[in-house]
Design a binder for this molecule. Sequence first.
Ligand code: GLN
Length: 256
Amino acid sequence: MTSTGTATPTGRTLRIAHLYPELLNLYGDSGNILVLRRRLEWRGLGCEVVECHVDDRPSFSDVDIVFIGGGSDREQKIVCDKLLAEQDELRAYVEDGGVLGAVCGGYQLLGHSYLMGDEEVRGLSLVDLYTDRGSPRLIGNIAVESRISPQPIVGYENHGGRTHLGPGVEPMGRVLYGHGNDGVTGEEGCLYKNVVGTYVHGPLLPKNPGVADYLISRALERRYGDGTLAPLDDEAELAANKVMFDRLMSGEVKEG
Ligand code: GLN
């Protein structure tokens, strides 16, 4: 495990566990960690990032945010076997309200199973969902309306998996453009306790500061009993979000 931290004038710090960055980093998913760190630092809050590599046995008892990125089937398979060793710890963390963000391959691994070719790979069963496969792959830009973000969430998706949510699991949001969980229901991602799972790469957080602040606020609330966040100047982030959303919704972007 490698750990990097920053001192803080407020005395409040969040610890982020970034799982398997060397394997799960499709479409810049590791950029999400930079965004979390900067948004904490800009508010005078500390941030410690612990990178967990495949043979580490991390403890989640003092962690505030767990992040898992996406990966190809090959990488997912390697990670899955390792992750199952952490299943009990991760389940306890999630049930205790621990914040967890997971993208695409990482999102699929939160469920009971993931169908990889003909092989059904066991998932972590942290959230009541499962993923099978469909054809063609669901590829392209995506925009999602979600209660966790004041702006539509924009990004990019590329997955063969089709994710199906159990009856008690809320989707992260509704697809406005693109495919989402299965290309059929109009649902995208999942919300369960303080878990956010989504197919949105891009990376997710730079153009979607509302999602970043949702994760940070939930983690501060859990750790310090107060999730109130000082506002930041998000002019650049919101302009990037809006230009992409407007391009998608106007039909200007031709997919494929
Ligand atoms: N391997 C998975 C799929 O194709 C996830 C890919 C990804 O993380 N983009 O469904």
